[in-house]
Design a protein around this ligand. Sequence first.
Ligand code: COA
Length: 211
Amino acid sequence: MNTFANRVLIVGGGGHSKVIIEVFRAMGCEPAGILDPHTSDRDILGVAVFGGDDLMERLFEMGYRRAHVAIGQNSLRRRLGTQLKNLGFELVNAIHPSAVISPSAELGEGISVMPNAVIHTKARVSALAIVNTGAIIEHDCFIGVATHVAPRSVMGGNVVIEDEVLFGIGAVARPLSRIGARATIGAGAVVIGTIEPDLVATGVPARPGSP
Ligand SMILES: CC(C)(COP(=O)(O)OP(=O)(O)OC[C@H]1O[C@@H](n2cnc3c(N)ncnc32)[C@H](O)[C@@H]1OP(=O)(O)O)[C@@H](O)C(=O)NCCC(=O)NCCS
């Protein structure tokens, strides 16, 4: 019998990882261990640090099959998630029990949904996205791969947010808005139309350019 198959490895040992550990605990799942090349801590919130990312392959050979990438930086979260998938890992979701998720919403793999977040009717959240504390994703929205919807941000119906976007704390998107890949929407901004890829947009209404 593979005793490690159901245990979840956490990749990343920073601030976001601490929150993820507590989300897994709230789900009744105690994480197995953490991979992070940059920490000298022996444990994080009582979860052992096994070592760096180079251990992924060895841990798979030992029998570990489930992992969650707990890293806030979008491109790195995506890269490590892809690496884990290529090794054969299943990317598991971390969904706090207080989150409200419509039965008609579609969720990708390896996503995290924090306390009191709402993912409404027919919304789609792609793989490796973060839906942070108290965020509201209204009906029919689309959230791209490895995008981060920050705490208390709100998007009206039919908003499209492409891959690896940071939609900042408390930001708002008017219904039908569109935000291009890798854009950053500043904290508190209000998007009322289209923001092109790779831009940083701030203010009310949100305008791209130097903040
Ligand atoms: C927009 C943002 C990316 C800019 O970061 P930055 O390049 O480091 O900008 P700075 O803090 O150096 O500020 C530069 C200028 O922009 C202004 N500014 C910064 N963020 C702003 C915002 N959200 N709205 C309006 N103006 C902003 C600053 O006041 C400053 O103005 P000044 O030049 O007139 O003094 C950042 O401030 C932001 O809002 N990030 C979102 C973070 C977030 O929500 N993370 C989620 C974590 S869970």
